[in-house]
Design a protein around this ligand. Structure first.
Ligand code: SF4
Length: 424
């Protein structure tokens, strides 16, 4: 279960209300203004899933797909003290733990063949016991002339996750998954349609990072060898629903070598659909990561449809918590807003969003509208560019810093979960 929802969680059945939309294409795939349409007919906002079943239920449980074992213990799951204990238990001297950590976090390797400062038998024994293979690359797709690489990973139990590495002129960014599938059931998201399989372990998250960092260091992407500078928890899963493993992985990312990769916390973004108790807890961690709140609608009526967890924590509660994060950490919060054609891209919604943000002060937030990366077989699609421009202009007119995010890799099933969905 989610370990940060304070009370027994009230039944989180997503709202099933309907909203009127203008009539259009047959088969219920009509689109139109939610506000201006004369009530032609009521159509569920939530689309019929590809498998023809009912709406995907909101779920915090990690046991939705039958019994899944825990991933084998990995060196990265252990604290520095536990690593020492582990190597001693294996009959080795304590200093071997530091050597292993240096290889992993500084040299970005878990390959015994590369650990030539350790005797052959020692490294074989330690690597065999402490570095199980957790991720196997099943598919790799590239886009943007090789500057974007998306990898589908198979985990030890057959669960599937994805990560996407993107190289820009002045930075490199890795988007990692924190769960296999996702229990948040956002209807426009391929991962949300998979449901939740299980939480990833700390090492399963960090292994995505090490693999990408090694690939960059080896010069696999055009432009020569590079360091991984930025990381976003925006792949499969709701990061704050797997709080403990995500925070442990953040600690590994920011710890200086040899105990971690030495990344800047400011260059790490943790996204959430608005699990308010977890957001408040994150604010108290003392690690100034960037918080990104996936809002997608400023009004509860629509947001409860687009982001079902809104039925538990409302727009205002999520925004209050986001503002609190800024006050506690001093870090400006990002509001993510997937612009979905004729669904949430109305100018009045931009005005409402601007009003709600300004009601909580100035200078604490910026908004990233994101043209939706459509999921195959879905009614959800990106807003028209002209509509997007109006939406952005309205927000800016309220004095809200607003930057449209680029959508890297849209020609390689860039929306999270699409590769995994194809394999289901
Ligand atoms: S949008 Fe994010 S939180 Fe919602 S279902 Fe997809 S992965 Fe989960």
């Amino acid at each position: 279960m989610l370990d940060l929802v304070p009370e027994p969680v009230a039944p989180l059945t997503p709202a099933r209300s309907t909203v009127p939309i203008a009539d259009g294409a047959p088969g219920g795939r009509a689109r139109g203004s939610l506000r201006t349409a004369p009530v032609a007919r009521a159509v569920q906002v939530r689309p019929v899933p590809i498998d023809g079943g009912g709406p995907v239920p909101l779920s915090f449980s990690t046991s939705t797909r039958g019994a899944r074992g825990k991933p084998p213990r990995h060196f990265v799951d252990l604290t520095p003290e536990q690593r020492v204990e582990a190597v001693v238990e294996l009959g080795e001297k304590p200093f071997r733990a530091k050597q292993l950590a240096t290889h992993y976090f500084a040299h970005l390797t878990a390959d015994a063949a590369e650990m030539t400062d350790l005797p052959q038998a020692t490294r074989d024994r330690l690597v065999g016991a402490l570095f199980p293979d957790l991720l196997t690359a099943a598919r790799t797709l590239t886009a943007d002339a090789g500057a974007t690489v998306k990898t589908l990973w198979h985990l030890f139990d057959g669960a599937k996750v994805e990560s996407v590495l993107m190289r820009y002129p002045n930075r490199t960014t890795l988007c990692v998954s924190s769960q296999a599938g996702c229990g948040m059931a956002c209807p426009f998201c391929a991962t949300g349609q998979l449901g939740l399989t299980r939480n990833l372990s700390t090492a399963e998250i960090v292994e995505q990072v090490r693999s990408a960092a090694r690939s960059l260091a080896d010069g696999d992407l055009p432009g020569g060898p590079a360091r991984l500078s930025n990381l976003v928890f925006m792949g499969m899963g709701e990061p704050l629903a797997n709080y403990r493993a995500v925070m442990e992985s953040v600690r590994r990312l920011v710890a200086p070598a040899p105990d971690g990769f030495g990344m800047s916390a400011r260059n790490i973004t943790v996204s959430t659909v608005g699990l308010v108790p977890a957001m408040d807890r994150l604010a108290r961690e003392g690690i100034p990561v960037t918080l990104a709140l996936s809002l997608h609608a400023p009004d509860d009526e629509l947001r409860s449809e687009l982001v079902p967890v809104n039925t538990r924590w409302s727009v205002d509660e999520a925004l209050d918590s986001a503002r609190n994060y800024f006050e506690v950490t001093g870090r400006r919060v990002s509001i993510e807003y997937a612009l979905i054609k004729d669904m949430n891209d109305h100018a009045w919604r931009a005005d409402l969003l601007g009003t709600k943000l300004n009601a909580r002060g100035r200078g604490w937030v910026h908004v990233n509208p994101i043209p939706l990366n459509p999921t195959p077989g879905s009614i959800w699609t990106a807003s028209d560019p002209a509509v997007e421009r109006v939406f952005v202009d309205r927000l800016r007119a309220h004095g809200i810093p607003t930057t449209v995010r680029d959508t890297r890799g849209s020609d390689i099933d860039g929306a999270c979960g699409q590769l995994a969905a194809e394999e289901e």
